[in-house]
Design a protein around this ligand. Structure first.
Ligand code: ATP
Length: 810
């Protein structure tokens, strides 16, 4: 199959990773891979101008002129190694040099090495455009002609809903276009027969996250990073001067960026198109909400660019500023983030998601038949999905339609559950309303404790829990310094404003350690009684899971533990059994990506250096493996798979072959990621020395240890937003089980096994798992789950660097 990929509509971070993944996955499946420059416009223009140029220079050829000499005499993987155009695309020199370059050439064959290093670049290196011509039948006829000339019959389109609509129109029209081309004698009967069906797959590249039927679009997480960085920066100046800031963010039809930035940035009020403020006039509602929190030194209001009131009158940031200044007397400034939101290096998620989706897109193309619908590749929680493209586009359109008809309930119902839950989460944590307090007999004293090593999002989860508690009338109690702190009576009541600035804080505000309640279970039970703790939420990693097991087991002897108890997994190691995601793991991956980008740059400057990077993670290889996927590392060593002399010998062979195939003078630095516990014999130092010795004149080796840098820093927006969402689910769980418990007679109250549970993400859903059921899925010796959802990722990492092929070469 010949597969072409194009990027269309507004650019977004992660589009280059899509191109890289599609090209590499395509080649691995034996396909020819092409890129179309400048979106649909390039498809319409094709290569006619370029071919004319060649003819006038007497160079007419159908082969790319800069093809590598390796291509003729070598097996097929090598045939696909490079076509020499990748660096022209990457360097941006293509359009400026005539004749043998990309000038006038829009459909370009690319190989394996042509997309090397594209990961870390923002925007799209193959260009994007908004094409008027493609909206016309004539334009699409030219596009079909250009594809048939090149023999291409499969297209991957990465863009927003407009681009995907265009893709579907194109596919639906394809048979008619082919018939028309045949009737005009522009193609032969044989060509018409060979190209009777066009296979199309869509990937959503859009910073707005405005597509229905997928939780996330490519580029949205990076845009959210940019916005949260801005909010975090503004927070400090706002606090210093006691100011209010109104931030305008992108999102014409979709409020996702404004909403998630509001949640993750700890804003006070947001305006989004799907849910205008209900108050009439809305100015009263906003002022009341902000006044409730007065006493704090900063106020942040976020306005989506498409925000409006109930009558669809636009709400502008400047006007919001005037209202805050005139009515509340706040010293207010406006910041419009504009295009800074689009740009910059993709965050970890925008490298992993497009890679997994790009691989899935190629699989979908290969399985496509004239009877199957065109698919859009999406994601639901942690599962890459295929959904009918047109259904997703229609649902997306329906949201805009509902908004334009002022049917905001319908607009919200058409957004995915995460969106709705995030909005509930924002409301629950941003505004202090005393109207909805629970009846006194339903109020609880809820203790919150951090356990194990610090992880990004622990403080955000605690802040959300505290604020929810206060809104409901519960008493939030912080147990400082874990169970050791409890035994020392280090327990305090937290307040609404006391946790205000916790959102962007890394580490653990409560203090955390590895002491388990078994240190003195009887005294722990006594303290539960003394402080009248009626529910417990533990935020942490394997220790917290272990602690919950001990407390649940302790119910046999201590009535004080017959209360609802939950564990919210938070650990950079992501080693809690049964959950695919722990708070902190995204922050950690981003820290790893940042460090590795810098290390790779240094390695590349030396042209031929291999860096062996050591990561934390205990006996769990999650961070190493996903980090390798996110940085394009060429090898990864994990405790699960281990290392031995045979693998090392093969890896040395792979590296030698790899470096010997590099174009002279254009070698790049390469990364090898090794989990700290991958082997007690083949340490980072040993393998670095081995690579150094074996590399000879081909490559050199160095090592770097990332150590505790992976724990710290500012939590990523995804960790913060998930912390809020999961934390509120924990609170709802506690309330539910408290009610069940209190329905029993006081004397014989007995908590069920279900009331001591861990909140987990499993594939596409969030599941509560009673802690005792977790036990059979836990490897208690190695402190990890028995099965890891990411087991196959190591193979993918190695496939995407061509390790198997290069080892097989002689
Ligand atoms: P963004 O979300 O960044 O705006 P988008 O993909 O929605 O991205 P659009 O400008 O709507 O951006 O669409 C990109 C291109 O897709 C258009 O310039 C046009 O070439 C093509 N396209 C959009 N809608 C159609 C359609 N109905 N028929 C044919 N082509 C279309």
């Amino acid at each position: 199959m010949k597969i072409a990929i194009l990027t269309s509509g507004g650019d977004s971070a992660g589009m280059n990773a899509v191109v890289r993944a599609v090209v590499k996955a395509g080649i691995l499946k034996g396909c020819e891979t092409w890129v179309v420059r400048e979106g649909y416009e390039g498809l319409v223009r094709g290569n006619a101008e370029y071919m004319d140029n060649l003819k006038t220079q007497g160079l007419a050829t159908t082969e790319p002129p800069s093809a590598s000499p390796l291509q003729e005499a070598t097996p097929s993987f090598l045939n696909s190694l490079r076509f020499g155009d990748g660096h022209l695309l990457r360097d941006g020199t293509g359009d400026y040099v005539g004749g043998m370059t990309l000038k006038g050439r829009y459909i370009v064959r690319v190989g394996w090495d042509d997309v090397r290093g594209w990961f870390a670049e923002g925007g799209t290196l193959i260009g994007t455009a908004r094409s008027k011509a493609f909206r016309t039948v004539e334009g699409r006829l030219a596009a079909a002609h250009n594809l048939v000339i090149e023999g291409i019959d499969a297209l991957v389109v990465c863009g927003g809903d407009g681009s995907l609509t265009g893709a579907d129109v194109f596919r639906a029209e394809w048979p008619k276009l082919i018939a028309e081309l045949l009737s005009q004698s522009k193609i032969t009967e044989a060509q018409a027969l060979a190209h009777s069906h066009l296979k199309i797959v869509g990937l959503v590249g859009s910073i707005d996250n405005d597509m229905s039927m997928t939780d996330l679009t490519i580029g949205a997480p990076t845009a959210l990073h940019r916005i949260c960085e801005a909010i975090d920066n503004i927070n400090s100046t706002a606090f210093s001067h006691s100011r209010a800031f109104v931030l305008e963010v992108m999102g014409r039809h979709c409020g996702w960026l404004a909403l998630l930035a509001g949640v993750a940035g700890g804003a006070d009020f947001i305006f989004i198109p799907e849910r205008p403020p209900k108050g009439k006039p809305w100015e009263d509602e906003m002022c009341a909400a902000i006044q409730d929190a007065i006493g704090k030194r900063k106020t942040i209001v976020i306005v989506a660019e498409g925000a409006h009131d109930l009558d669809l009158n636009p709400i502008r940031a400047e006007y919001v500023k005037d209202v805050l200044t005139d009515r509340l007397g706040l010293d207010t400034r406006v910041t419009t983030l504009g295009h800074t939101q689009r740009g910059g290096r993709p965050c970890a998620f925008d490298r992993i998601l497009p890679t997994l989706q790009g691989v899935e897109a190629v699989a979908a193309l290969l399985e496509s038949t004239p009877e199957t619908p065109s698919y859009m590749i999406g994601i639901q929680e942690n599962k890459i999905t295929r959904v009918p493209l047109m259904e997703a586009v229609e649902m997306t359109r329906a949201v805009a339609q509902a908004v334009s008809e002022k049917d905001f309930e319908k607009a919200m119902s058409l957004r995915d559950p995460e969106f709705v839950e995030s909005l509930d989460g924002f409301v629950a944590t941003a505004t202090l309303s005393k109207e909805k307090l629970l009846p006194k007999d339903q109020r609880m004293r809820i203790a919150l404790v951090h356990m194990g090593a610090p992880a990004g999002g622990m403080n955000a989860a605690t802040r959300a829990a505290v604020r929810y508690c206060i809104r409901q009338g519960h008493t939030p109690l912080a147990i400082n310094n874990g169970f050791r702190g409890l035994l020392d009576d280090n327990i305090v009541e937290l307040s609404w404003l006391g946790v205000d600035s916790w959102m962007p804080r890394g580490g653990s505000e409560l203090g955390t350690n590895r002491t388990l309640p078994s240190v003195d279970l009887g005294s722990v039970a006594a303290k539960f009684q003394e402080f009248n703790i009626q529910a417990l939420m533990m935020i942490g990693g394997f220790e917290a899971f272990n602690a919950l097991l001990i407390l649940e087991e302790g119910r046999k002897h201590y009535p004080a533990f017959h209360i609802p108890m939950v564990h919210l997994p938070a650990t950079i190691s992501n080693n809690v059994p049964m959950t695919e995601y722990s708070l902190g793991s995204d922050t950690s991956l981003n820290a790893l990506v940042d460090a590795c980008d810098a290390i790779k740059q240094s390695a590349s400057a030396s042209r031929n250096r291999v860096f062996v990077v050591e990561t934390q993670g205990g006996k769990c290889g999650y961070i190493a493996t996903m980090g390798a996927l996110a940085t394009g590392a060429c090898l990864v060593y994990t405790p699960e798979v281990g290392m031995n002399l045979d693998t090392l010998r093969r890896d040395v062979k792979f590296l030698k072959t790899r470096y010997s195939l590099d174009v002279k003078g254009r070698s790049e630095g390469r990364l090898v990621i090794r989990n700290e516990a991958a082997s007690s014999v083949y340490t980072t130092e040993v393998i670095t020395n081995m690579f150094k010795e074996e590399g000879g004149s081909l490559f050199d080796a160095r090592s770097a240890s990332l150590g505790h840098t992976l724990q710290g820093g500012i939590p990523s927006p995804i960790d913060r937003a998930r912390a809020v969402r999961l934390s509120l689910k924990c609170m709802a769980f506690i309330e539910r089980h408290h009610a069940l418990l209190h329905a029993q007679p006081l004397k014989s109250r007995h908590a069920t096994g279900e009331s001591a549970a861990v909140i987990t993400i499993q594939s596409s859903s969030i599941e509560w798992v009673p802690v005792r059921d977790m036990l059979k899925h836990a490897d208690m010796v190695n402190r990890r789950g028995k099965h890891a959802w990411w087991e196959g990722v190591k193979e993918l990492v190695e496939a995407l660097v061509g390790r198997p092929q290069m080892i097989a070469m002689r």
